[in-house]
Design a protein around this ligand. Structure first.
Ligand code: IPM
Ligand code: MG
Length: 359
């Protein structure tokens, strides 16, 4: 029986289209092998959507995403759009997609691949074996809190954002994190700033209360400043981390950099129902766009996460992850992860060797 899935492709800006092309080829190859048919629909988001329609997230794009089984996003943004007013910035399109699809849970794995240990700026014994999952709340907190704005204040100006979480918002991301930890090493570290912020005190109280339902998970708490330090000092102490939107934004970049190669890391954004969005952690890299230099592996691994977490196709996900492992073992490297004695390839050629590994 052939399975059929509708996939919305959002290639976005910069290197997005080149790396998406590789991921689509890989998905098609895996689909042919396993009897899965993908129906791809492409839609604009970010800078390219601003150029075409004036809106970084056109209504049709959101509607197309809603009608699909999963969304594969690449990257958005570029110098050209950086000075536009906030409502017309590429980032606003991305935030609109997250809230429009109610993707409150962002899973960002940071796994050290043994082949790439020397690409990290940290010492081998510190990072060898690191395998962290950051679970970031994605549709609340200071990114979306009201009031917000820049206001007049008696002849001065006042910039305001609001960091707020309701108990139920904390509970739903907490449950996702406990479930994730359960499937991993069973250790969950909740990161907050409860020594200063009331919202963090509520966060800590609610996460602590949830622990009663997960006796197989060992819960700990850490202040965010200490967590940033501990990530660099001894990252192996972490298994699963759960935190709010802004702390998660920052800590997931720090965790990503442990691996030495942000060009390798995928992510998944999930809601309680409806399609998830799967995207690499890296950005649109406008400086190398269109030059066939980009590393497509994070995009390809995002397609694997889409199969695993969005479409419940673990065999297909395994197949892609095995192929990525194989091409790294064969010594193929794009510029960002290049090392002595390895074979330098461009984006397209990396796609070709992946297809050979899958054949
Ligand atoms: C991320 C990015 C976004 C964020 C930006 C582009 C709005 O940094 O996905 O981590 O802050 O969430
Ligand atoms: Mg970020």
């Amino acid at each position: 029986m052939t399975q059929q899935f509708r996939i919305t492709l959002l290639p976005g800006d910069g290197i997005g289209p080149e790396i998406t092309a590789v991921a689509v080829d890989v998905l098609k190859a895996v689909g042919t092998k396993l009897g899965i048919q993908f129906d791809f629909t492409e839609a604009p988001i970010g800078g390219c959507a601003i150029d075409a329609t004036g809106n970084p997230l056109p209504d049709e794009t959101l509607a197309t995403c809603r009608q699909s089984d999963a969304v594969l996003l690449a990257a958005i943004g570029g110098y050209k759009w950086d000075t536009l007013p906030r409502a017309q910035r590429p980032e606003t399109g991305l935030l609109g997609l997250r809230s429009g699809l109610q993707l409150f849970a962002n899973l960002r794995p940071a796994t050290i691949l043994p082949q790439l240990i020397d690409a990290s700026s940290l010492k081998r014994d510190i990072i060898e074996g690191v395998d962290i999952m950051v679970v970031r709340e994605l549709t609340g907190g200071i990114y979306f809190g009201q009031p917000r704005g820049i206001f007049d204040a008696n002849g001065d100006q006042r910039g305001v954002n609001t960091l707020a979480y309701t108990g139920s918002e904390i509970d739903r991301i907490g449950r996702v994190a406990f479930e994730a930890a359960k499937k991993r090493q069973g250790r969950l570290c909740s990161v907050d700033k409860a020594n200063v912020l009331e919202v963090s005190q509520l966060w800590r109280d609610r996460i602590t209360a949830l622990a009663a339902d997960y006796s197989d998970v060992e819960l700990s708490h850490m202040y965010v400043d200490n967590a940033a330090m501990q990530l660099l000092r001894w990252p192996k102490q972490f298994d699963t981390i759960v935190t709010g939107n802004l702390f998660g934004d920052i800590l997931s970049d720090a965790a990503a950099m442990l691996t030495g190669s942000i060009g390798m890391l995928p992510s998944a954004s999930l809601g309680s129902s409806g399609p998830g969005v799967f995207e690499p952690v890296h950005g649109s890299a406008p400086d190398i766009a269109g030059q066939d230099k980009a590393n497509p592996l994070a995009q390809v691994l995002s397609a694997a996460m889409m199969l695993r977490y969005g479409l419940n196709q673990p065999a297909a996900a395994d197949m892609i992850e095995t192929a990525v492992d194989a091409v790294l073992n064969q010594g193929y490297r794009t510029g960002d992860i290049m090392a002595d004695g390895m074979q330098a390839v461009g984006c397209k050629a990396m796609g070709d060797v992946l297809l050979q590994a899958l054949a």
